[in-house]
Write a protein that binds this ligand. Structure first.
Ligand SMILES: *Cc1c(COP(=O)(O)O)cnc(C)c1O
Length: 351
C-alpha cells in the first residue's frame, strides 16, 4: 500500500490548466436514441459504415475489457497502440528539457525514442546479470525530476518476468510514476499487477491487443491506472484516437476469449517444444534464456553470421547483439507449428 502520493505534484502545469477539446459527440451523449438526427459534426450523411466519427470514449470496447479484466471503465484508457499511450504519459508528466525518466536496458526500444521525441533525459540503469532490476542502482539515479520509471515485465527482449519483490520495492520507494509494460503478460505464468492497482496510486499498467490478442494490425493499446491518471490522459488525447474499424474489430475479437486463450496455449506449448528441440540439437546455441513471452532469446557463437545464414533460408528473426548484455543474442518469435519446424530445419542445416 502506498500512501502520501499526490498525482497533482507530477502533472505538468500546462496540462493541469488546459481545457480539453470537446467533440461534437461529447456535447450530445445519448447517440443511441432512435429519433435523433445528427447534424452536428459536418460528416457526410450518406451511410457507408464509417461515415460517422467513432465513439471518442470507446464505450463498447471498454465495457468488454472491463468484464475481461475485472476493472472499472474509469480506470481504462485506450490508444492507437501502446505507443500512443506511452507518448501521452510522457506529455502529461514530463517537462521537456527539465524532467527525466529511468529505463532498464536491454528493453523495449520505444521508451528511449519517446524520451528523445519529447526532449526528456533517459537515465539508463542496466538490468543485472539475471536480467532483474537493480533496485539500489535505480534509486541512486533518481532525483526530484525523475517522473517515470519504465518496467517491462515480461521484458522484451530478455523474456523474463521481473521478481515481484523488486517491482514492489520500486513501487514503494519511487515517488514518480511506475509504468509497467505488460505487453506479454498473457504468455506468462506470473500474475498481472492489475489486481494490485488499488494499492499503488503511482502504478500505470500498459497492455496491448498486438501480441496475445492477435490484432497488431488494428493498433489498439490499453492502459490501466487510477481514475485521476486516466482522466489526465483522456484530457490530452486526440478525441478520435481509436478509429471506428479498430473499435469494431476489437469488440468482435474480445467476445471470443476462448479462441484467444486457445491460441495463447498453443504458442506457449510451441515455445516449450522449440526450446527443447534447440537445446538438444543445435551445437552453436550456447544458451536459451527462460521466456515468459511468445519469443525466445538465444545466445549463439556468432549472432550476425547466424542471422545472415537464416535469411538465406528465408527465415527472418531479430539480431539483438548490439543491445547491452545481449552480445551474440538472437530473438526468435514463436510461430505456428509449421513455421517453427522450418526454423528448426534451417538452424540445423547451418551447423
Ligand atoms: C510489442 C510491444 C508493445 C506493443 O506495442 P503496440 O504499439 O501496442 O503494438 C509494447 N511493449 C512492448 C515491450 C512490446 O514488445
Amino acid at each position: 500500500m502506498k500512501t502520501d502520493f499526490n498525482i497533482n505534484n507530477l502533472i505538468r502545469e500546462n496540462i493541469k490548466s488546459l481545457k480539453p477539446y470537446s467533440s461534437a459527440r461529447d456535447e450530445y451523449k445519448d447517440a443511441t436514441s432512435k429519433e435523433m438526427i445528427f447534424l452536428d459534426a459536418n460528416e457526410n450523411p450518406f451511410e457507408n459504415g464509417v461515415n460517422r466519427y467513432p465513439d471518442p470514449h470507446q464505450n463498447d470496447v471498454k465495457e468488454l475489457l472491463s468484464d475481461i479484466k475485472g476493472i472499472s471503465k474509469e480506470n481504462i484508457l485506450l490508444g492507437n497502440g501502446s505507443d500512443e499511450v506511452l507518448d501521452l504519459i510522457f506529455r502529461a508528466f514530463c517537462e521537456p528539457n527539465v524532467d527525466n525518466i529511468i529505463t532498464l536496458p536491454p528493453t523495449y526500444g520505444m521508451y528511449s525514442v519517446l524520451a528523445d521525441v519529447n526532449a526528456i533525459e533517459n537515465r539508463k540503469v542496466l538490468l543485472n546479470q539475471e536480467f532483474e532490476p537493480d533496485v539500489d542502482a535505480i534509486l541512486e539515479k533518481v532525483d526530484a525530476n525523475s517522473k517515470l520509471l519504465f518496467l517491462c515485465s515480461p521484458n522484451n527482449p530478455t523474456g523474463n518476468s521481473f521478481s515481484v519483490n523488486a517491482v514492489e520495492q520500486l513501487l514503494n520507494k519511487f515517488n514518480g510514476l511506475v509504468v509497467l509494460d505488460e505487453a506479454y503478460i498473457d504468455f506468462s505464468e506470473q500474475k498481472s499487477w492489475l489486481e494490485k492497482l488499488d494499492k499503488f496510486p503511482n502504478l500505470i499498467i500498459t497492455q496491448t491487443l498486438s501480441k496475445a490478442y492477435g490484432l497488431a494490425g488494428i493498433r489498439l493499446g490499453t492502459c490501466y491506472a487510477s481514475k485521476e491518471i486516466v482522466q489526465v490522459l483522456k484530457n490530452i488525447k486526440p478525441p478520435y484516437n481509436v478509429n471506428e474499424l479498430t473499435q469494431q474489430r476489437a469488440a468482435v475479437r474480445l467476445q471470443k476469449m476462448d479462441e484467444i486463450q486457445n491460441e495463447v496455449a498453443q504458442l506457449i506449448s510451441e515455445r516449450k517444444r522449440l526450446k527443447k528441440e534447440l537445446e538438444c540439437c543445435v551445437s552453436y546455441i550456447e544458451k536459451i534464456y527462460p521466456s515468459d513471452g511468445n519469443f525466445l532469446l538465444l545466445k549463439v557463437d556468432d549472432a550476425t553470421k547466424r542471422y545472415n545464414q537464416l535469411i538465406e533460408y528465408g527465415v527472418v528473426i531479430r539480431n539483438r547483439t548490439n543491445q547491452p548484455l545481449c552480445e551474440n543474442c538472437l530473438r526468435i518469435s514463436v510461430g505456428i507449428c509449421e513455421e517453427n519446424q522450418r526454423l528448426i530445419r534451417a538452424l540445423k542445416a547451418i551447423q
